[in-house]
Design a protein around this ligand. Structure first.
Ligand SMILES: *Cc1c(COP(=O)(O)O)cnc(C)c1O
Length: 367
């Protein structure tokens, strides 16, 4: 049996009858940029997250860069960010001419540890916080948000991995001045290409992101500020609207798969699932574990036809591209996570036989 890490082909098979007419509709309409499909998607994403405004962009990376730029912080301002995330969480800070201040994670959930962030805010050592909702569950931002509000410090939520996840019933977006989504093909709501979005309650911030999206264009060929060209195209918007209709069903299937795997592997000392915080509804964007002898297990599974992935093998504060942006801090939990976390394949289209096969292959290794 072969179980690849992703199966977008299977997902396509299941929604082909909706995708093809949606694509046809856009092409027949003849507007492939700045079309009603993009506005429809923006409205639906805003509603899904309970936010007033949504601006669709060409990537989650641009969403982060533009959201940070739209905060209007002075050049060189400091932004607290967990050192365990995808590269874009930190490269966006640097692109926005701000300075990352790396913080450690909670060793069980792998989410940003609130305590050092609160200390940084209290000590006046950061001017903003970029929180990451890692692997598909929301970070604990309740106390961080209270302290940030008290000190007038904005939070940006990196929700690239967390569409559909909730914390105490609330989706991403409830804590941040701006919240960023990604529609990268690996994400739970994925385009057939690249895409992203910024969500916010603040109409002025949404306007600034819109200006950055297209050359600072304010109408009548007047360009108010220097901007970029980062439009989500209409085909992707139409495709994402189709997929939004399936999000709940896919989420339910991923949850069922996760529950089956977790209950079967429960109690084995060599296997510690990344902990879901109480109150969190996980979306299982990544199905991550800390495995004893990670490399050995990965090789064994590979031999059995099961692909796995290490997310992330090198912590962000040790990435060569960030050399010199900050003194390399001591972050023991991030370091340990980089050495032990491994993700199993996880998608709604995995069938029961494949899930059983995967679990047996894992048990087999530790026997
Ligand atoms: C995927 C991802 C991004 C970047 O999104 P793109 O659409 O790939 O540019 C940013 N942050 C996190 C945590 C991500 O997982």
């Amino acid at each position: 049996m072969q179980i690849p890490f992703m199966r977008l082909d299977r997902q396509y098979e299941s929604i082909r009858d909706e995708i093809l007419p949606a694509i046809d509709g856009v092409l027949e309409g003849g507007r492939v940029l700045q079309s009603p499909e993009v506005e429809t998607l923006e409205r639906r994403l805003a509603a899904l997250h309970g936010r007033a405004h949504c601006v669709a962009l060409n990537s989650g990376t641009d969403a982060l860069i533009f959201a940070l730029a739209a905060l209007g912080l002075p050049e060189g301002a400091c932004v607290a960010v967990p050192a365990m995330s995808f590269i874009a969480s930190v490269s966006a800070i640097v692109h926005a001419r701000l300075v990352p201040v790396f913080v450690d994670i909670d060793p069980e959930s792998m989410l940003m540890d609130p305590a050092p962030v609160i200390d940084l805010i209290r000590d006046g050592r950061v001017d903003a916080v970029l929180a990451v909702h890692l692997y598909g569950q929301l970070a604990d931002l309740d106390e961080v948000a209270v302290e940030a509000e008290r000190c007038g410090i904005p939070i940006v939520e990196d929700a690239a991995q967390a569409v559909g996840a909730t914390r105490h019933g609330k989706p991403a977006g409830a804590w941040g001045a701006a919240t960023c989504l990604s529609f990268d093909p690996t994400k739970v709501l994925s385009a057939y290409g690249s895409g992203g979005a910024v969500l916010t309650e603040d109409p002025a911030l949404a306007d600034r992101v819109r200006l950055l999206r297209y050359h600072g264009h304010a109408g009548n060929q007047l360009y108010e500020t220097l901007g970029y060209n980062s439009q989500l195209d209409s085909l992707q918007a139409a495709i994402l609207c189709v997929k939004l209709g399936h999000l709940e069903d896919w989420q339910a299937r991923r949850t069922a798969i996760a529950e089956r795997v977790l209950s079967t592997l429960d109690g084995l000392n060599a296997i510690r699932p990344v902990k879901t915080l109480p109150g969190n509804q996980h979306n299982y964007h990544k199905f991550a574990f800390q495995f004893e002898d990670r490399a050995g297990l990965a090789a064994h599974l590979k031999e059995q036809g099961v692909d796995t992935k290490v997310q992330y093998p090198t912590s962000l504060h040790r990435q060569p591209c960030f050399a010199g942006v900050d003194e390399v801090p001591v972050l023991p939990c991030v370091e340990r996570a980089a050495e032990s976390v491994l993700s199993l394949p996880m998608y709604a289209e995995l069938n029961d036989a494949e899930v059983g096969y995967m679990v047996d292959a894992i048990l087999d290794f530790y026997r």
